[in-house]
Design a protein around this ligand. Structure first.
Ligand code: HEM
Length: 240
């Protein structure tokens, strides 16, 4: 049956791009992989974390359209305005706020799954290490985001968090000074947290997620431990 002209045009555009980039090969390599027997819902936790991150990125862009990192009252006022007066502002802020908790819970569940399945072992150690960095970056997102509404709770929670950071061994005091933008907590701290929260860390997470997924596609996923083949080797048959 001939295609509708609009669908036909879509196919032509995709073909045109593919002829010049061969991207469909990469897409097929990524998407159509063999998965081990026994793959179940627990294997979706990594993708769920990724979608939580994407949702944070999209809602975060809309929040950034209204937010002002101004420690003299502007930040608090911009969040108040967004919540109370902007169309769907409270909804988008709520999605971002609850989405942050969802992402933290999912990343821990996903880590638990890969740990219990023994997926950190050879040859996936590097992907585990990238995962650890992703976990730390997710926590940095939660910490830096918490300050941004700049209300009493945000302010004092972050004062406590940066004081605790300062008690860490060797690098602790330097890290606390870096986060605060000096020895005192103030206006620089807010703009610093904002830059880290909306530029530095999301960029790093996106790049590392790409590397993480590349390794998943390259190495394949681990079969559940109870499905792995255990060869019974008779000791008396092994030659010395
Ligand atoms: C932003 C955070 C993360 C995202 C978006 C993410 C995404 C994914 C996805 C989509 C997969 C393939 C499907 C699956 O097994 O669920 C995966 C696999 C894997 N992830 Fe993550 N991940 C994240 C954090 C972590 C963390 C914190 C760890 C551990 C410290 C980790 C370690 C691994 C390992 C070892 C695999 C291979 C699993 C296997 O071979 O069965 N990931 N990740």
């Amino acid at each position: 049956m001939p295609l509708h002209p609009v669908a036909e045009a879509g196919v032509t555009v995709v073909d045109w791009i593919d002829e010049r980039t061969s991207l469909s090969g990469a897409g097929r390599w990524m998407m159509f992989r063999k998965v081990p027997k026994g793959t179940n819902w627990f294997y979706t936790l990594g993708s769920a974390t990724m979608f939580a991150f994407l949702s944070q990125a999209v809602t975060g862009v809309f929040l950034a359209m209204y937010y002002r990192p101004d420690a003299t009252g502007g930040a608090y006022e911009s969040v108040r305005h967004l919540t109370n007066e902007v169309f769907l502002g409270a909804f988008v802020r709520g999605m971002h706020l609850w989405g942050a908790s969802v992402m933290v819970v999912l990343v821990f569940l996903h880590m638990g799954r890969t740990f219990l399945w023994g997926a950190y072992k050879y040859p996936r150690e590097l992907n585990w290490i990238i995962g650890v960095v992703l976990l730390i970056l997710t926590m940095v997102m939660a910490l830096t985001g918490y300050l941004l509404p700049f209300d009493q709770r945000a302010y004092w929670a972050t004062v406590v968090a940066s004081n605790i950071t300062g008690t860490g061994p060797i690098v602790g005091p330097y890290l606390a000074d870096f986060l605060r933008g000096g020895s005192e907590f103030g206006a620089t701290t807010l703009s610093r947290f904002y830059a880290i929260h909306m530029l530095v860390v999301p960029g790093l997470i996106a790049a590392l997620m790409g590397a993480h997924l590349y390794l998943v596609a390259k190495l394949g996923t681990t079969a559940p431990p109870w499905k792995k083949v255990h060869k019974d080797v008779k000791l008396d048959t092994i030659e010395a």
